[in-house]
Write a protein that binds this ligand. Sequence first.
Ligand code: GLC
Length: 402
Amino acid sequence: MAQVHAIEVAISCGAVGIELELCRSGAEAWARDTGNRVKIVSTPNDSNERLALYQQLFATGSKEIDVFQIDVIWPGTLADHLIDLRSYTKGAETEHVDFLVENNTINGELKALPWFLDLGLLYYRTDLLEAYGQQPPRTWEELTRTATLIQEAERSKEYPRMWGYVWQGRAYEGLTCNALEWLASQNGGRIVDENGSVTVANPRAAAAIDRAASWVGSITPPGVLNYAEEDARGIFQSGNAVFMRNWPYAWSLAQGSDSPVRGKVGVAPLPASGDGQSSAALGGWQLAVSRYSTNPEAAASLALYLTGAAEQKRRAIEGSFNPTRQSLYKDSEIIAANPLFAKLGPILKSVVARPSTTLGSFYSRVSAEFWQTVHTVLAGQETAEPALERLQGRLEALRRRR
Ligand code: GLC
């Protein structure tokens, strides 16, 4: 192999759960195959912090990172700094689910390849539900009841630290995902509609957020106000919660050989309320190549390798990362390794996207305003109705000024 000509490609990877390890082993396999070298750059876990870092790098035309792991909500925001991958893909994008390819196509240019897909799931303790004769809840009211019942009963036995429900309540992008699920599952809209009109101030949305606020300190630890994905997983996986809202990656970790809840975990669609339907926020990550990369061809080759079928299959088996390639959902080895995948069909139908395609680069501002408002309600500083009214006014003013 022509090692003297080896090129170094730097890739930014997330580090939630075993993400970084999987990214490293995948990228190193590509390096071995091609005779190139890779440098793995670990980035902050909170999506919005990662975006801020990327924007700083892009603003200076930094050549430090060639391949960027980008959130499903960012193609519109980062498009100007990313190359069109179509000249490298030879049509490979057609093997991925259409809506992600559409999401990643800006002004006709393919700005990123889908890598893995996320959707909000309700995790529960099968052993506890069985012991108390309970079913996975279909409504938020049922969830509240079952969580309270089991939490109180367990506390009165030998588990004083048991909580009913853990989720993500920190003031960050993950709270936008949780709160969007509360709104959508109560027929309370999606913050803005398809035309970009602000819809957030409505009684159903307010009721959904007030309900979530009522969990804090009752079935949910007060610390939730600072929980991201890994904080919720830590509590659930150590056996201290009945229910958890999280993404698919938590499945393989909760079922890992060293997990105290191994063999006691079930997954269900998130509950709904009133005339609403179960709603799972759509998340996920893509791989994009920087316009400032000095080796776009090698960078695109790495992105294609990592988003390829073999690598997505390995990640699905080892880390329960959802493939973005349709054909892998029928793969018997993946389903055998992670029975979770057999359950995702109906949940995939209930996916709700954040309004990032409607809002483009304006999305991150809207999301930040939304999560800050929800956070003040969760913290008990005000009730949802006046908070959402004010948010509505602010978002409308921002929209007019754009
Ligand atoms: C997950 C999702 C991503 C989302 C983030 C919020 O990483 O894949 O889309 O923005 O969680 O915390």
